[in-house]
Design a protein around this ligand. Structure first.
Ligand SMILES: NC(=O)C1=CN([C@@H]2O[C@H](COP(=O)(O)OP(=O)(O)OC[C@H]3O[C@@H](n4cnc5c(N)ncnc54)[C@H](OP(=O)(O)O)[C@@H]3O)[C@@H](O)[C@H]2O)C=CC1
Ligand SMILES: O=C[C@H](O)[C@@H](O)[C@@H](O)[C@H](O)C(=O)O
Length: 337
């Protein structure tokens, strides 16, 4: 084509055609060659009795990405929902992206942990299996998920470490008929990732971390980008009770675009090329959360200003007594190895 003509067309094509707004199923590329749908339904704290309906509703409404974990203690019901929509032909298994996570008390029993989740979810493979936290806990302690010492502190397993767990997870992919398409990590800081990458043969496909305008985690986000590790953001609304919905800076950007605060909080991650997980068991909210828009650089500057003015805020930090290497959480034992 005549170059001046193509320049003319570029200048006169409406911006929304050149840069279409992201949708909930915009595909983001992983370092495995596979892609992940931009928006996933979260299932943490989705109560039994509610979670099946939520997952069925979400998939019927177009969600294709569901985030699960063994320690959420609801994978059985999520599995019933998956079976329901697949058997009714609402969706094919291969069109879903299902994540589960290896819980801390299973770090030395990776295959067993995976099989337990597969059985509960009634699936024969996962699209993604994550190490939930880089913190091994005693597999033979006083509780199968949250073992504690007599003083009430969490019962950490010092006989192993997160890097050894990763090497065990690599074997899942190297098996003759792998039951996972990709492996990754969650709650990893730059410091812990550096230790893992020094020994890894497989670079994690994903690092799933708490991420929102109160906690941009730029250090680890930039590091992951440099290493080809995709970021999935969790707790985009500030977790339980969605406290970030009332943040003034978010409401201003929402008003400018005539959308709700949730749309801004979710779209923020798409502008950063991350995927994002939104939890809800409320059908109208599950529907509402599908809406994503393109935020421009002035919106992103405004959102960036929020933590600068108000300070960082982290909503999810379990009492492991461990320093996970995040600059905003300097206390606790260093288990980076
Ligand atoms: N790897 C990890 O360690 C972690 C992973 N995650 C994953 O990320 C997911 C999302 O994070 P999560 O911490 O659950 O919290 P979110 O930030 O997704 O917030 C969930 C809360 O927001 C409410 N909510 C959802 N949509 C709306 C809406 N449109 N309007 C008003 N309120 C709304 C929900 O209420 P309701 O349900 O009652 O509608 C719930 O109270 C988790 O469910 C889990 O899958 C989360 C934390 C840690
Ligand atoms: O995924 C969600 C969170 O990481 C959650 O699994 C932990 O916070 C857990 O409840 C714990 O207390 O260690």
């Amino acid at each position: 084509m005549n170059p001046s003509l193509s320049k003319f067309m570029l200048a006169h094509t409406p911006k929304h055609i050149l840069n279409p707004a992201p949708t909930m199923n915009t595909e983001l590329k992983l370092n495995t060659g596979a892609s992940i749908p931009a928006l996933g339904l979260g299932t943490w704290q989705s109560a039994p009795g509610e979670v099946k309906k939520a997952v069925v509703h979400a998939i019927e409404a177009g969600y294709r990405h569901i985030d699960c974990a063994f320690c959420y203690q609801n994978e059985d019901e999520v599995g019933e929902a998956l079976q329901d929509v697949i058997s009714r032909g609402v969706v094919k298994r291969d069109d879903l992206f299902i994540t589960s996570k290896l819980w801390c008390t299973y770090h030395t029993r990776v295959e067993e942990g995976l099989q337990k989740s597969l059985d509960l979810l009634k699936l024969d493979y996962l699209d993604l299996y994550l190490m939930h936290w880089p913190v091994p806990m005693n597999p033979n302690g006083n509780h199968p998920l949250f073992p504690k010492l007599p003083d009430g502190s969490r019962d950490i397993d010092f006989s192993t470490n997160h890097v050894k767990t990763w090497l065990r997870m690599e074997k899942l992919i190297q098996a003759p008929s792998p039951k996972v398409k990709a492996i990754g990590v969650a709650n990893y800081s730059k410091k812990y990732l550096e230790k893992l990458l020094a020994k890894a043969t497989i670079v994690p496909a994903i690092n799933q971390i708490e991420n929102h305008p109160y906690l941009p985690q730029q250090e680890v986000v930039d590091f992951c980008k440099e290493k080809g590790i995709h970021i999935t953001a969790y707790s985009p609304f500030g977790s339980t009770g969605s406290p970030m919905f009332s943040e003034e800076g978010i409401l201003e950007v929402a008003k400018k675009h005539s959308v709700g605060p949730g749309t801004v909080l979710l779209s923020y991650h798409l502008a950063r090329n991350s995927s994002v997980l939104a939890k809800s068991v409320t059908p109208s909210r599950i529907d509402e959360n599908r809406k994503l828009i393109s935020l421009d650089s002035s919106d992103m500057e405004k959102l960036e200003g929020i933590h600068k003015a108000k300070g960082l805020k982290r909503f999810v930090y379990p009492p492991f007594g461990v320093n996970c290497g995040f600059p905003d959480k300097p206390e606790g034992m260093d288990l980076s190895g």
